[in-house]
Write a protein that binds this ligand. Sequence first.
Ligand SMILES: [Zn+2]
Length: 224
Amino acid sequence: MSDFPKRLIDGYGAFLTERLPHEQSRYRQLSEQGQAPEIMVIGCCDSRCSPELIFDAGPGEIFVSRNIANLVPPYTPDSAQRSMSAALEFAVQALKVKDIVVLAHAQCGGIRAYAEEAEPLSPGDFIGNWMSIIEPAAKAVGPRGGRPFQDYVTALEQTSAVKTLDNLMTFPYVRRRVEAGEMHLHAAYFGVATGDLSVYDPAQKKFVRVAADAHAKAFAGPRF
Ligand SMILES: [Zn+2]
């Protein structure tokens, strides 16, 4: 027990004095009735991109699955242990979520590793294997050419999030519910450095800032 991270014990202490008293009845209710979140967020493992923090979500509000670079492999009904597919199956078939949000972000280490053709971190190269999912997105983005590396990585991050929506549609139960209008798919992009959020607009085929006014207000200096 003594080697359990002190940071977590301290954090739990803060949870007990600050958050839990406000939300105790909600926890009890969720315990009795079970969870019924209406939104699934597929996010990156990146420690700066917690969906619950970014969307100010309380317990029971969003069903989160995080992996390296917020990817979803295409539907592959084999006997491999597929964590992402299992989470998706539960969210769609059991919870019947109404929205799935793929939350991409700036400075994604997984995308950068792919763009830099980084050396494997271990002989198994789990990351390299996982990141090969973005090959269709990389093809769509095209070769880097003369563009700045940062612009190229941003294009990969955003295009990959949009392609992930295509991959989601390869799951028969996702396609069925989307086509029936019972569920909607979205791609979003979190800026990290400035906290700005953009959402993909299929009509304009680009990411568009949301709540830009509120964001500007949050960053405005003191008025007096
Ligand atoms: Zn990431």
